[in-house]
Design a protein around this ligand. Sequence first.
Ligand SMILES: O=C(O)CCC(=O)C(=O)O
Ligand SMILES: [Fe+2]
Length: 244
Amino acid sequence: MSDDALFPLELLQPEGHDAGPRLIAPGAIHVPGWLTLEQQRWIVARFGEWTQGPVPLRAATLPGGHQMSVRTVCLGWHWQPYRYTREATDVNGRPVLDFPDWMVRLGRKALEAAYSPGDEGVELDEVTSSLSGLANQYTPDAALVNFYNDGAAMGMHQDKDERSSAPVVSLSIGETCVFRFGNTKTRTKPYTDVELRSGDLFVFGGPARFSYHGIPKVLPGTAPDGCGLSEGRINITMRVTGLS
Ligand SMILES: O=C(O)CCC(=O)C(=O)O
Ligand SMILES: [Fe+2]
């Protein structure tokens, strides 16, 4: 018997990679293994350019004086606790890079994959499938590109500095993390812990748009070969700010 027959490729993929979309809460979908390794490497190369851009990666300081452990570079609009500005006034005052056209297209594809998954087996509730109409008009104008290393984590929070209730599209590359996805009322239970691996897509919109969420931990040493990152985790969240 050939090696091919003994070890079909799908058995070598990390668990869940080919499992298809999963409904986490109405409006919140996890799509494992959405980006190919080639796409991941290409995005990691763009990340290298963004961090050499006008505004470097920086760990934001919260109003109480606490500095976040995650470092972020922004596209389109600069996020600082707790508003969006065109210039990175809390870093070096320079205007942030434009939001790339390719990322708008990717955002639309992401909503399609999440909310119109076709015959991939996921049962969407009525509310979630009603969000499928959002895909072709979705025009994100801000991305927070987060980099986690050395034990970085992110506390439970809502993404609520936007003046739009359009969905948030989240992409993960590099090390696996635990993504805690909660409810819209409190930062505590009930929540669901989801492992986000390199290449995974997560979309939260509709009734899940203002749910609390956070990253309790990143699992060191779990970045897959060929993703473009040997350590750490990149997360991109695209948003519609509703600002002009
Ligand atoms: O790293 C993640 O997956 C989540 C990031 C996040 O929640 C945020 O940037 O607001
Ligand atoms: Fe967030």
